[in-house]
Design a protein around this ligand. Structure first.
Ligand code: HEC
Ligand code: HEC
Ligand code: HEC
Length: 149
């Protein structure tokens, strides 16, 4: 073999060995246990505290039954309570732990309702520059049953 090829192959072999060595140090042990990810990740995720309780726990049976029945019959029934009120699992387990304040700004409603060309035209959208005269949306719309002007 030509000496310059020998050098190149030696370098290549060294590079491969170095790669395998470094890889064995930095790749977590459980990588590939179930697939192309860290097997231990499943346990990590399972151990996160549960933050959300779900809309049914707010009022299907207890507590906010009036708001719940208004909401479930309105067009916001696909927008869960905790979408606007934030994660409320702690509050459901202990009523003394209040959920954070609700975001009642125009821009919050606008995340879904400001006019965007990418949205289906059938989705209710408004132009914030001319709609509602800079007033809070909830001044005119009931957030739990928005068609209650
Ligand atoms: C689209 C956003 C949105 C959704 C969905 C929503 N809320 Fe609200 N909620 C608000 C806003 C905004 C206020 C503040 C009302 C105001 O400023 O007039 C409020 C007020 C409240 C209040 C305190 C005032 C009152 O009327 O007693 C309670 C309790 C409440 N919501 C519970 C719920 C429950 C339970 C659900 C689900 C069944 C829910 N909300 C769903 C936005 C929402
Ligand atoms: C997470 C997205 C989301 C947020 C945030 C949201 N909405 Fe809605 N809104 C919806 C959906 C979904 C509908 C139902 C659309 C449909 O029927 O096709 C709707 C419907 C409406 C309608 C039309 C009702 C009708 O019967 O035509 C109004 C008005 C409305 N929302 C006002 C508000 C106001 C005011 C807020 C803020 C307090 C708000 N929305 C926040 C998703 C949202
Ligand atoms: C001054 C009262 C008032 C305020 C404030 C107001 N609205 Fe309205 N909204 C109305 C009225 C009245 C209608 C029905 C007539 C119309 O379409 O203009 C309506 C209609 C809508 C519709 C239905 C549009 C459609 O084509 O189906 C949506 C969505 C809506 N509003 C969202 C909002 C949002 C989001 C805010 C806050 C950024 C807001 N509104 C603030 C009075 C108001």
């Amino acid at each position: 073999m030509q000496p310059h090829l020998k050098k190149a192959f030696t370098l290549l072999a060294l590079a491969i060995i170095a790669f395998i060595f470094v890889r064995s140090l930095v790749v977590p042990l459980s990588f590939g246990q179930y697939g192309w990810y860290r097997g231990d990740a499943l346990g990590d995720i399972r151990n996160f505290p549960v933050e959300y309780a779900g809309s049914a726990s707010c009022g299907e049976e207890n507590c906010h039954t009036n708001i719940y029945s208004v909401w479930i019959n309105g067009s916001h029934k696909t927008v869960n309570c905790e979408t606007c009120h934030g994660p409320s699992g702690k509050h459901v387990n202990n009523i003394r732990e209040m959920p954070g304040p609700v975001n009642d700004s125009r821009d919050y409603c606008g995340i879904c309702h400001y006019k965007r060309v990418a949205r289906p035209t059938t989705f209710p959208q408004i132009d914030p520059a001319v709609h509602g005269q800079d007033m809070q949306c909830t001044y005119c719309h009931n957030p739990h049953k928005p068609w209650f002007v």
